[in-house]
Design a protein around this ligand. Structure first.
Ligand SMILES: [Zn+2]
Length: 134
C-alpha cells in the first residue's frame, strides 16, 4: 500500500512537472461510491476552466494503480487545456478521445476510460482501505 504522505509528495512533484495548477485531493465520498477512482472537475460552460481533481483512497492499494489514476486525471487536464473544451459541436462530451489518448501515451499510462484490469484492487484491499480512511 502507498502511504498518504508519499502519495501527497508524488502529487505535488507530478503537478509541478506537468504545470497542473488545480487542487488534487483525496475524497471520502469518491471512496464510498463505486463509479470512479478519480474525477477531473471542470466547468462545462466555458473554455478551459479547470476546477480540481479528486481521488479515491482505494487507489492507494498499489503505487502502479495510484500512478495510473493520478496521471489519467492529469491527462484530462492537459487534453482540456490543449483543446480548450471537452464538449463537441453537437454538445456531446468528448473526454476519452484521440487527443486524450495522446496525452496518456506521453504520460506512460494506459489509454481509454478504464483502469487496466490487473490494477483493480481486490475486495479485501478495498475493505482494508475503507476501514482505514472512513
Ligand atoms: Zn477519464
Amino acid at each position: 500500500m502507498v502511504a498518504i504522505q508519499d502519495a501527497e509528495q508524488y502529487i505535488r512533484m507530478t503537478c509541478k512537472q506537468y504545470g497542473v495548477h488545480i487542487p488534487v485531493t483525496f475524497c471520502k465520498q469518491l471512496t464510498k461510491r463505486k463509479r470512479a477512482m478519480g474525477l477531473y472537475h471542470f466547468n462545462k460552460r466555458f473554455a478551459f476552466d479547470a476546477k480540481k481533481i479528486t481521488l479515491s483512497y482505494e487507489i492507494l492499494a498499489s503505487f502502479e494503480l495510484f500512478k495510473q489514476v493520478l496521471l489519467h486525471e492529469i491527462a484530462h487536464y492537459l487534453d482540456h487545456k490543449e483543446r480548450g473544451k471537452l464538449v463537441s459541436e453537437t454538445g456531446r462530451m468528448n473526454t476519452h478521445g484521440a487527443n486524450f489518448n495522446k496525452w496518456c501515451r506521453k504520460l506512460g499510462i494506459a489509454t481509454g476510460p478504464f483502469v487496466p484490469r490487473r490494477l483493480v484492487p481486490t475486495e479485501e484491499q478495498k475493505l482494508a482501505i475503507r476501514k482505514q480512511f472512513s
